[in-house]
Design a protein around this ligand. Structure first.
Ligand code: SAM
Length: 339
């Protein structure tokens, strides 16, 4: 089997070495809020530089690099506009905005990835134990940045989950570790008959309320605060657990899956999604690198293969287990609790 990225010669090695140039250019464009500035409104070069606060020296190369990367279009020599994809996903005022993750890359991922060699030598995470990767929820601005990044990813997953099951068979779901309720609100929007619950740490509640208000979904989704390892879980027909298991060690993963099995109604279903690694562990480069992100940011976390997930679900008593690709690099595992 051929690896996902074939590196055939020195040119490929240099290209991989410099892969962060493009990433950094995108991050700066999001930091300068360029795509919001250009949303629906092309601007001539000088006006764009003035309004975005870009010094003329690097401006042409920066903007034309974004053209070459497919993020901007240029008309003639002077007029810049968003490419359709940038206009849809990088305008901060649009619901599909994914720039939250780009901001997280800027403030958190770049600094911590600079410490990868230390993590490889010591086997230890490279973030403080207190507050962890993003600093906890005590600093509201930092928390909103992290939550915006989560929503950038779970927005697409929510869309896939809406068609992953015949939801008419079920009347309730719990999104476990559902953060500020973004996915729960989207799923409820697609299937309004469902009783929707977002379960997360109690300190998440103000951010949940704030987000529901901004989405105009207050009263559609309820919030239950607690620790999913120790507090009673609400009963429901479906449990969703996304981007959670990868953060913990094996013992905690198995304990959580067993608790979900116990809380589910007979005949109910668990949906697990994460950036899973291919079973052969040689093709899903982004997932394998994502697993190193878990090394850098958690005590015992790592990404896992669909086969491992199937084993944990089966060990907890789930049947009819299947796995399928969902939005972006995520894989979804579905298991049923027998009646
Ligand atoms: C990486 S985020 C994933 C959010 C969301 N499921 C998604 O896919 O975007 C992990 C979430 O789990 C929550 N969490 C972590 N430990 C928890 C615990 N012991 N009990 C309840 N929630 C927890 C965090 O507050 C955070 O919202």
């Amino acid at each position: 089997m051929t690896p996902h990225t074939e590196v055939r010669g020195p040119g490929d090695i240099l290209q991989l070495t410099m892969a962060f140039y493009g990433s950094r250019a995108l991050i700066s464009a999001v930091e300068l809020d360029l795509f919001t500035l250009l949303a629906g409104k092309p601007l001539p070069f000088e006006e764009l530089c003035d309004r975005a606060g870009i010094h003329p020296r690097g401006a042409r190369d920066f903007l034309d690099a974004l053209v070459a990367l497919g993020l901007l279009d240029r008309e003639g020599e002077e007029i810049y506009r968003n490419s359709p994809v940038a206009d849809r996903y990088l305008d901060r005022r649009k619901p599909g905005y994914v720039g939250g993750y780009t901001r997280l890359a800027d403030t958190k991922l770049f600094p911590v990835w600079a410490r990868l060699t230390d993590a490889l030598r010591t086997g230890e995470k490279q973030v403080p134990s207190q507050g962890g990767f993003f600093g906890g929820y005590a600093d509201p601005e930092a928390a909103r940045g992290f939550l915006g990044a989560m929503d950038a990813v779970n927005g697409g997953v929510g869309h896939s989950l809406a068609s992953a099951l015949d939801w008419t068979e079920y009347s309730s779901f719990v999104d476990l570790g559902g953060a500020r309720g973004n996915l729960a609100a989207n799923l409820h929007g697609a299937h309004p008959h469902l009783q929707a619950t977002c379960f997360d740490l109690p300190e998440m509640e103000p951010f949940f309320q704030e987000h529901m208000k901004s989405l105009e979904t207050t009263d559609h989704v309820r919030f239950v605060g607690g620790d999913f390892f120790t507090d009673a879980l609400p009963r429901a027909d479906v449990f969703i657990v996304g981007h959670i298991l990868h953060y913990f060690g094996l013992r905690q993963r198995e304990a959580l899956v067993a608790r979900i099995h116990q809380a589910l109604a007979p005949g109910g279903v668990v949906l697990v999604y994460d950036r899973m690694i291919d079973d052969d562990r040689r093709n899903a480069a982004l997932s394998l690198l994502g697993s190193l992100n878990m090394l850098l940011t958690s005590d015992e976390g790592r990404e896992y293969t669909p086969a491992e997930c199937v084993r944990w679900l089966s060990g907890a008593g789930f049947t009819d287990i299947r796995t399928t690709a969902v939005s972006g690099p995520d894989t979804l595992a579905i298991g049923r609790k027998p009646r």
